[in-house]
Design a protein around this ligand. Structure first.
Ligand SMILES: Cc1ncc(COP(=O)(O)O)c(C=O)c1O
Length: 371
């Protein structure tokens, strides 16, 4: 039992008998893309109402057996996380702020009436998988090992209530940057037809349904010639919330130099780990951060009169991506010259240097795995 009284099983290891050879792994890692190439192992932990968390294993990555009546397939109790392990200059491996993902995972679980996973067990799962599959952590510049913890309701019963059985899984993928190539500013579509979340809904939970509901708007953005969708508030369709799967920051010009504004957490935004990290990091670089609100009109006017000089999005997958152009029903506007701004690129470099161990880590954000 843990201090919280939640049972915490130890993770048993059953290594894969079908591990890919060094040559196979190297060939796969030469161009892994994003989420296509999985490592050799996964962690699986079961929960039921009688035993709590039990049957914890590190095993071969393999397909699941799921009853067609499994409740996740009908009522969508499914949550997930996304975090990354980075190769360090001494050859070691470190994961960026995994406790934050563990905590957010539990907030998502609570919102979907699912059981919480002890933070230490989440961390142990991460440590065990990354350590076992450490050869899959890329060394190439910009690459990393993306970790995908998730939980689904497995109880076989078509009935509308919280399930009594769940499966936690952790899988991993070597990845190239989400927006590969050089840092190319994205064009965004301001969605006023579809909304992502409303107050009281599940917007601040990382549940699968939120992403299913966003796909049509993302398709619409592509039809409008845009890379990503920007979500507005559900009530007035006026206040800017976030971009696709990333949080937004606005760089505002003031007499005292640039300052950052990011939409406040109203319950409808996902509280990003990178967002939180930038709120701590930016002031250390002389860039004050305000959490507030900004309307579409303020954004457009600010871009036109030069009081907003840069906009960028941030998240685990792409780290920091500049926003070059915005498009909506009321028109089209460009941020400065449409290129990647100086403040954006400075913050991006600072964060990447920290994650790849090229910069001091005063906050203790990098969680070292193994030796
Ligand atoms: C909707 C949404 N917003 C923001 C983020 C950024 O969060 P993080 O910085 O933790 O990756 C994500 C990604 O998890 C997301 O899915």
């Amino acid at each position: 039992m843990t201090a919280t009284g939640i049972s915490r099983p130890t993770i048993e290891t059953v290594l894969s008998t079908a591990r890919r050879s060094d040559a196979e792994r190297e060939a796969l890692m030469a161009d892994p893309g994003f989420g296509r190439v999985h490592t050799d192992h996964m962690v699986a932990i079961r929960w039921d109402a009688e035993q709590g968390w039990h049957d914890a294993r590190l095993t071969a990555y393999e397909p699941l057996q799921l009853d067609p009546s499994a409740m996740v397939l009908h009522y969508g109790q499914a949550i997930f996380e996304g975090l990354k392990a980075y190769r360090q200059p001494d050859g070691g491996v470190a994961v960026f702020r995994p406790e934050e993902n563990a905590r957010r995972f539990n907030r998502s679980a609570a919102r979907l009436a699912m059981p919480e996973l002890p933070v230490e067990l989440f961390l142990e799962a991460v440590d065990r998988l990354v350590d076992t599959d450490r050869a899959w952590v890329p060394s190439a510049e910009g690459q990393s090992l993306y970790l995908r913890p998730f939980m689904i309701a497995t109880e076989a019963q078509v009935g509308m209530r919280p399930a009594h059985e769940y499966l936690f899984l952790l899988i991993a993928f070597p990845v190239t940057p989400f927006f590969p190539g050089e840092v190319k500013p994205v064009t965004v579509w301001l969605s006023d037809e579809y909304v992502r979340a409303a107050v009281g809904g599940t917007g601040e939970a990382k549940c699968a349904g939120n992403y299913a509901g966003s796909l049509l708007a993302q398709r619409q953005a592509a039809e409008k010639g845009c890379d990503q969708v920007v979500w507005l508030d559900a009530v007035e369709r006026r206040w800017v919330e976030e971009m696709g799967g990333m949080n937004l920051f606005f760089v505002c010009a003031t007499d005292d130099g640039p300052r950052l504004l990011t939409p406040a957490l109203t319950g409808t935004l996902l509280p990003g780990v990178v967002r939180d990290s930038l709120i701590a990091l930016a002031p250390e670089l002389g860039l004050p951060v305000e959490q507030g609100r900004i309307s579409v009109d303020e954004w457009r006017k600010g871009a036109e009169d030069g009081s907003i000089t840069e906009v960028f999005a941030c998240g685990t997958a792409a780290v920091i991506a500049p926003v070059g152009r915005a498009r909506g029903r009321s028109g089209d506007w460009t941020m400065a010259d449409g290129g990647a701004g100086k403040v954006t690129m400075r913050l991006r470099r600072t964060l990447l240097d920290l994650q790849y161990g090229r910069r001091e880590d005063p906050h203790g954000w990098m969680h070292r795995v193994g030796g």
